[in-house]
Design a protein around this ligand. Structure first.
Ligand code: BMA
Length: 835
């Protein structure tokens, strides 16, 4: 191989420095020097490292760093080239956001969109020796305000200024959550948030590719690839060959000639896979993938190579009218099978998204998505206030079988949608769709988050008949999806369906009657949605996350700093009141963590079990939200320190493939079995009323049979026996499958947890060592509710289960993974709490 003909990528991420752009009349006494910068990075991190600002997450420091967002910042780097390449491109994988780029003192380009990669031809502009690259970021807040003012003058779409729904953020293509959200800080920030490199293309390169799968009757599949090739100027006639192979699968390599010419050259390459193994969602088997190699060569010399993998599957969004014509279903069908979606909403996993473009960032993503998979999640919704995530995110979803519902990044606002705004939206969507379309996990493109719903219910700020943004959601975005990724479904918004965007009868729904609407979580039982793509209940982050942002004097449930890290939009007293309706009022920070998290766990359990009982009418729940972007009290089930909250362990139970759930109906408690597996289940169901000290008041047994992918009521118990004793009893349900599989249990109290009259549980605790970690063995003499296991100190440890109940006379074991700790450490640091 002749190396000079190969496409090469020279990373330019090191050696950057930065400083502010000083307004002309500012004092020289406070001018900042040039300081070292990190790429990928954001200015807040660079300033904190340099000691100019404190950690903005700490205490209430967020408030003090607002000036950073009103300032322009300049980044600079020099790099040395021995021989400048003739055909080369400067590639910025991500610039956040409004940037002016100069190369060797001459303007190169301006950028205005954080979500996409930018590439600029620089052949002829590079020098042998030192080259200087400069990027100046203009304040996105200020420019957004200026654009809004200019837009308002155009008349037609005049809206009153409103920070939340028609503010500067609507005018800059930048992650909307960075402007502050009801779970995130306001750090608008700027920076070179992804990698920078110099790409040299002497002959030709692969720019992108796609594939379509057709399954044949004999179990094989025909996979039609289209590889896009771009030739360097002067290479129009050079003979080029594109090839596709599956190196791990012994499938013959297929070659195709690349047509002559310039521009984007599409090369069809058709492959045949005998005995095609399907990619399936988590919970339905193994998400099979085929390692795939794309090669571009000339006369046997490789010019460009892509290592990737594909998955063979079909995915549909089924929206059919009901037989009575009154409603319309909303369900995902994967490989021809209707899948009940057990999902979570995904927000960017850090307030400064460049943090995720680092080794630590990838590790964090992997940890959280592994937790999601292990918790039974089969879909994440990448919510429209965030970003199109990194390739690593989607690869993890591919390999874990986690379907991805991808919102286009527009959220909770009106958006200008004509002229340049529409052109930018189209160009952005084109790049985004091309980047993500090949991931087997990708199941849906969605126009935005809540914008149609907002327009329908915010008449004050929408005097116009037209939904500002609708041109994007109804025309621009679906056109791009149709052209670039026709096999992936599209829907215009979430929620969307019927005459009312947030209808219970058609389409998906965001149930915020609970929490935002002021309702307690038991209101979920009245919700008859077809698909619930948002609902949730907020709680405190864990103690480790609190340690990362509080001073010792802040560690109280009512301190200003603790309240600051609650953006939920509820009055603090109201938020605490939601918990206090069911659990005791928190008096310490530990109480706040314990009670609010238990309350959240009960809330999600209540909703999900209800909707899973109604499987067939309802086809999915995507709770709000999986994780956090900073230490905060929020709807997340995993906090910013990566610690699972009580609701995470609850999720492992309420998202299990087979669920037994209880619902009260007057004097009767009914048990339902929901089966999401591909096989029928049969076994024995027991429902009992028991007292905390272990007396059996009532018992009903039944034999249950539930077909594959079905649900039904299977048993019921009368609770009149508990009259007057509601505070000292509970209802217990168990399913023992006939095939000897693990038994499944559930519990219901007949009084609020705070009212329960507990006897001393007589709990015994023993810690021992196993191969990979520790085993904690618990024995309960009497019923013990809500057992919380934790370790004091920095290392939280990973628990196989937590926040569970134990029945009288039972023993249970929990495994703990806590690398670096001895059994003595674990014994001395273990704290066991129960209600
Ligand atoms: C919905 C989401 C988010 C928000 C969440 C919690 O409105 O789309 O905008 O963070 O609820 O309020």
């Amino acid at each position: 191989m002749n190396p000079s003909e190969e496409t090469t990528v020279l990373p330019l991420n090191t050696g950057w420095r930065f400083t502010e752009v000083r307004p002309p009349d500012s004092s020289p006494n406070t001018a900042l020097p040039w300081m070292p910068a990190t790429v990928p990075g954001h200015v807040h991190d660079d300033l904190a490292r340099a000691g100019v600002i404190p950690d903005p997450f700490s205490r209430m420091q967020e408030r003090g760093v607002g000036w950073v967002d009103e300032t322009d910042w300049v980044y600079e780097n020099t790099f040395t080239l021995e021989t400048p390449p003739a055909n080369a491109y400067l590639r910025f994988e991500g610039l956040d956001t409004i940037a002016e780029i100069e190369l060797n003192g001459e303007p190169l380009a301006n950028t205005d969109n954080m979500f996409v990669e930018h590439e600029f031809p620089v052949g002829g502009r590079l020098k042998a020796g030192e080259n200087t690259l400069k990027v100046t970021f203009r304040s996105a807040l200020r420019i957004g305000r200026e654009r809004r003012a200019a837009y308002a003058k155009t008349g037609e779409d005049r809206l009153e200024d409103h920070r939340a729904v028609w503010g500067p953020r609507s005018f800059v293509r930048k992650a909307q959550y960075m402007y502050g959200w009801d779970w995130g800080p306001e750090l608008v920030s700027c920076g070179i948030w992804k990698g920078v490199s110099l790409v040299s293309v002497p002959v030709a390169r692969i720019t992108d590719w796609k594939y379509d799968t057709v399954f044949n009757e004999d179990g094989s599949a025909t996979v039609a690839f289209e590889v896009s090739v771009e030739r360097a100027p002067g290479q129009e006639e050079t003979p080029l060959t594109a090839a596709v192979s599956f190196p791990m699968h012994g499938i013959p390599r297929v070659l195709a000639d690349v047509p002559a010419g310039l521009g984007r050259l599409a090369v069809p390459v058709k492959c045949y896979v005998s005995d095609a193994k399907r990619w399936v969602p988590n919970g339905s088997g193994n998400p099979e993938r085929y390692r795939t190699l794309l090669e571009l060569s000339t006369s046997g010399v490789a010019l460009d190579v892509r290592h990737t993998s594909i998955g063979l599957r079909t995915v549909e969004l089924v929206r059919e009218p009901d037989a009575d014509g009154k409603g319309e279903c909303f369900k995902f069908r994967v490989n021809g099978k209707d899948v009940f979606i057990k999902g979570a909403n995904w927000i960017p996993a850090h307030s400064l998204p460049s943090r995720l473009d680092s080794y630590d960032g990838f590790q964090h993503l992997e940890r959280v998505l592994t937790q999601a998979r292990d918790g039974g999640i089969n879909m994440v919704r990448v919510w429209g206030g965030g970003v199109y995530e990194s390739v690593y995110f989607y690869r993890l979803c591919d390999s874990f079988g986690i379907l991805v519902w991808q919102d286009f990044p527009y959220a909770c606002a009106h958006y200008p949608d004509t002229g340049e705004y529409a052109e930018e939206a189209r160009a952005e969507a084109m790049k985004a769709v091309r980047r993500l379309r090949n991931h087997p996990s990708l199941a849906l493109w969605c126009g935005n988050n809540e914008n149609q719903w907002l327009a329908a219910h915010w008449p004050k700020s929408t005097p116009n008949a037209r939904v500002l943004g609708s041109h994007l959601y109804d025309e621009v975005l679906p056109e791009v999806v149709k052209q670039e990724d026709a096999s992936t479904p599209y829907c215009p918004s979430s929620p969307f369906g019927g005459d009312e965007p947030n209808s219970q009868d058609a389409g998906d729904r965001h149930d915020w009657d609970v929490w935002h609407g002021g309702g307690d979580y038991t209101k979920y039982l009245e919700d008859n949605s077809r698909f619930v793509s948002e609902f949730g209940f907020a709680s405190s982050c864990g103690l480790k996350a609190w340690d990362s942002c509080l001073a010792p004097e802040d560690k109280h449930p009512y301190s200003d700093a603790v309240k600051w890290h609650n953006k939920t939009g509820k009055k603090y007293e109201e938020y605490i009141g939601y918990t206090a309706a069911h659990f005791p009022e928190p008096r310490t920070l530990e109480d706040l963590v314990y009670y609010t998290q238990l309350n959240q766990a009960e809330a999600l359990k209540c909703g999900v079990e209800h909707w899973r009982r109604h499987k067939g009418r309802c086809w999915g729940t995507i709770f709000w939200q999986l994780e956090d972007c900073w230490p905060v009290q929020s709807w997340a089930v995993i906090d910013s320190a990566g610690e699972p909250k009580a609701a995470y362990y609850g999720m492992k139970r309420f998202y299990a493939p087979v669920l037994i759930s209880l619902v009260r109906d007057g004097d009767v408690v009914r048990a339902h079995l929901t089966n999401d597996t591909n096989e029928p289940i049969r076994g024995k169901v027991t429902v009992r009323v028991e007292s905390f000290i272990g007396e059996r008041l009532e018992k009903e047994d039944a034999i249950a049979y539930i077909p594959a992918n079905g649900t039904a009521e299977v048993d019921a118990v009368n609770i009149v026996c508990a009259e007057g004793r509601e505070r000292e009893v509970y209802v217990y349900a168990r399913f023992r499958p006939e095939d000897g599989g693990p038994q499944i249990e559930n519990y219901m109290f007949l009084a609020e947890p705070k009212e329960l009259q507990m006897a001393d549980p007589g709990l015994s605790v023993d810690v021992s060592v196993t191969g990979g970690g520790f085993v904690v063995t618990l024995g309960a003499k009497r019923f013990t509710p809500y057992i919380w296991l934790r370790l004091t100190g920095d290392e939280p440890g990973e628990w196989s289960d937590n926040h569970f109940h134990m029945r009288a006379g039972k023993e249970t074991t929990v495994t703990l993974n806590a690398p670096g700790l001895s059994v003595e450490d674990v014994r001395s640091r273990l704290v066991v709490r129960h209600l």
